[in-house]
Structure formats: structure tokens, C-alpha cells
Design a protein around this ligand. Structure first.
Ligand code: F6R
Length: 261
């Protein structure tokens, strides 16, 4: 795992956007895995800027989102369909048919999950997966105790995750779904490269456990220690509980020229 600590979330987001842009420029038909939540918003803003000002072309890119709430129409303002449209898709030139988000309204959820997995395979697999991390260490909505070999499936959100996200539902737990469809941990581990973003003091404990703790289903992000190409970009508050901060900074500052972002 490569740990990149930046002074601010914005600085880290600019690096994340550059890495995604490099992936798209090197392979215009890249398959990107995308995340929702507050964490990737600044990265999406920078990608939009790169599209508008530097011609970053998404016309041949395919995307797969990590997750969606069960029981929310795509048009619901708190759905991840609506989020992605608002934060990224409506601002770039990605063709609609290349966008894949689990259907939270599917009548047959297992069939929808199997369809989603098959679509990833048919696209040739995910080249670069963007991830946030939950304050409980979840990636996607793979909550603690999720199988580290899991595939796309239905999950029940923990009380903590519901509390972290209830602001999207006007603070009303009754309006917030209990279930979601999420890519599995095994699905995420098959992606060719992973970019995990973590911002704010609320993520510090989960990050420390994921990066420097044992690999455990109780912190699903810790499995990324086994991913061959995983970068973890964070701001200072999220890095606050890491023991080897100075080492990670030293490695980043002393990268060979060809490895620099
Ligand atoms: C979102 C997702 C989640 C979030 C995580 C952090 O698609 O899969 O794992 O990345 O819950 O959420 P924020 O960024 O809102 O702190």
C-alpha cells in the first residue's frame, strides 16, 4: 500500500484526479470504478475542470459505481444515481450507456447483483477503482464482518453508517433505507488498481487500522494490504493515528522522477 499524506483534502483530491486523468489519457477506453459520498466530490470537481479546460475525454470511458440504496428510485435526490449525475456525469462527455450503477429498485436483487458482476466482466474488468472509507472501515458498503471474498450483493447498513449518512435524508432515519447493493470486497480486490481517499479526523481510526493493523473482516479496508496496486491518499487529520507517518512522507518525497504524479 502506498500512503500519500497531503496537507489538505483538496491537495489530495487534485492528486487523485491527476491519477485518474493519467489512466484515461493512457487508455481512453478505461473502465473506472467510482464512489459516492462527500469524499470524492473535490476529485470529481477537478476531473470536470480537466475535461472543460484541458479536454480530458470521457467518450470511451466505462464506469461502475460501488453501490446504491435498495428501494430508492434513480430520481430520488439521495440516490447514488442522482449523486453521480449531479457531481460528475452531467458535466462530462461520458455516454449514458457506459455508466453502470446497481439498480436499487430491481425486483430480483440477486439477479441484479449477478447482472452487475457480469457487466464488469464483459467490460474487461475495472482498471482503476476509486474508494472512500467508512468511519467503521467499510469500503463500498461492505460493513465490518463482510466476507473478504464477497461479490456484489445486498448488505444491511450498520447503525453507524446510517448515522454518518442520514444527513442525505434530512436527518430522518425513517426515510433512510436499511439495505444497499454493493460491490463485494472480492469484486474490489479484482480491480487492477485502487485509489482510496480518506479525509478528516473521523476517518483516522479506520485508516490506522486499515493501513497498519492486521487484515481483518472487522475492518474491510484492511484487505487492501493484499492489493497489488493500492494508493491511499489522505489529509493530515485522517493520517493522525498512523505510526509510520514520517516514513510514508519520506517515501513520497524521494520517489524516482518517473514515479511522480
Ligand atoms: C460510497 C461508498 C462508501 C463511502 C464511505 C465514506 O459509494 O461506497 O464506502 O465511500 O461511506 O463516505 P463519505 O465520503 O461520505 O465519508
Amino acid at each position: 500500500m502506498e500512503i500519500i499524506i497531503q496537507p489538505t483534502a483538496n491537495a489530495a483530491s487534485v492528486i487523485a484526479a491527476r491519477l485518474i486523468a493519467r489512466q484515461v489519457r493512457e487508455k481512453p477506453d478505461s473502465v473506472l470504478g467510482l464512489a459516492t459520498g462527500s469524499t470524492p466530490i473535490a476529485t470529481y470537481q477537478e476531473l470536470i475542470r480537466l475535461h472543460r479546460e484541458e479536454g480530458l475525454d470521457f467518450s470511451r470511458v466505462t464506469t461502475f459505481n460501488l453501490d446504491e440504496y435498495v428501494g430508492l428510485q434513480a430520481e430520488h435526490p439521495a440516490s447514488y444515481h442522482a449523486f453521480m449525475d449531479l457531481q460528475l456525469f452531467s458535466h462530462i462527455n461520458i455516454p449514458r450507456e457506459r455508466i453502470h450503477i446497481p439498480d436499487g429498485m430491481a425486483a430480483d436483487v440477486p439477479a441484479e447483483c449477478a447482472r452487475f458482476e457480469a457487466a464488469i466482466r464483459a467490460a474487461g474488468g475495472i482498471d482503476l477503482q476509486l474508494l472512500g472509507i467508512g468511519s467503521d472501515g467499510h469500503i463500498g458498503f461492505n460493513e465490518p464482518s463482510s466476507s473478504l471474498a464477497s461479490r456484489t450483493r445486498i448488505k444491511t447498513l450498520t447503525e453507524r453508517t446510517r448515522a454518518d449518512n442520514v444527513y442525505n435524508f434530512g436527518g430522518d432515519f425513517a426515510k433512510m433505507p436499511l439495505h444497499c447493493i454493493t460491490m463485494g470486497v472480492g469484486t474490489i480486490m479484482e480491480t487492477r488498481a485502487v485509489l482510496l481517499l480518506a479525509f478528516g479526523a473521523g476517518k483516522a481510526q479506520a485508516v490506522a487500522e486499515a493501513v497498519e493493523g492486521p487484515i481483518t473482516a472487522m475492518n474491510p479496508a484492511s484487505i487492501l494490504q493484499m492489493h497489488p496496486v493500492a494508493k491511499c491518499l489522505m489529509d493530515e487529520p485522517a493520517a493522525a493515528r498512523l505510526k509510520k507517518c514520517e516514513y510514508y512522507r519520506w517515501v513520497f518525497d524521494n520517489k524516482p522522477q518517473w514515479q511522480r504524479v
